[in-house]
Design a protein around this ligand. Structure first.
Ligand SMILES: Nc1ccn([C@@H]2O[C@H](COP(=O)(O)O)[C@@H](O)[C@H]2O)c(=O)n1
Ligand SMILES: C[C@@]1(CO)OP(=O)(O)OP(=O)(O)OC[C@H]1O
Length: 169
């Protein structure tokens, strides 16, 4: 028997609408802006997309399954804490979190000044090194709901590895 790694990829996507009187929190960073994102939790759309990418790679459902948006326990929840729970959950299933990359689609505000702070927060929550977490941002050239500044979307991919035994040839 030899130990081999089974590799799995996951994809996550999330959208939250802008609302007045809310904080804008992305990757656990509170970003100065005149409006924030609406949600049951803190509406950290980036942390949610990454959570779903990790869960997708583990074939373990999605964040709505783990943390229902009908459960008052998650009202105003810190999404970095939910992400840390997701990481612990997939490790409990035997997976190692190898790599994460992501992109935020937002017409405004400018996010690149906050990239490193987001990466550090996310890496700490996931329990990986900062170089294993990518964060990018794009406008949508004023097209679509992001371009009209009605909301923000985020997409993420994740690579997981699981050690498994296989009979030698
Ligand atoms: N909210 C955003 C959007 C974009 N950026 C940075 O600007 C670059 C150019 O964006 P385009 O949509 O015109 O391609 C992009 O590569 C990001 O570095 C940003 O910081 N915040
Ligand atoms: C994060 C959770 C927590 O209840 O709520 P929301 O902030 O509404 O976020 P969404 O991505 O719409 O749903 C996932 C939920 O698990």
């Amino acid at each position: 028997m030899t130990n081999v790694s089974q590799m799995r990829v996951g994809l996550g996507y999330d959208v939250h609408a802008f609302a007045e009187g809310r904080k804008l929190i992305l990757g656990g960073v509170e970003i100065p802006h005149h409006k924030g994102l609406l949600g049951h939790s803190d509406a950290d759309v980036l942390a949610h997309a990454i959570s779903d990418a990790i869960l997708g790679a583990a074939r373990a459902g999605d964040i709505g399954k783990l943390f229902p948006d009908t459960d008052p326990a998650y009202a105003g929840a810190d999404s970095l804490k939910l992400l840390a729970e997701v990481a612990a959950h997939v490790r409990g299933l035997g997976f190692e979190i190898v790599d994460v990359d992501s992109v935020i689609a937002a017409q405004a505000p400018k996010l690149s000044p906050h990239r490193d702070a987001m990466r550090e927060n996310l890496a700490r929550a996931i329990g990986v090194s900062v170089d294993a977490v990518g964060v990018k941002a794009t406008t949508t050239e004023r097209l679509g709901f992001e371009g009209r500044e009605e909301g923000i979307s985020a997409q993420a991919v994740c690579l997981l590895a699981k050690k498994c035994s296989e009979p030698a040839e």
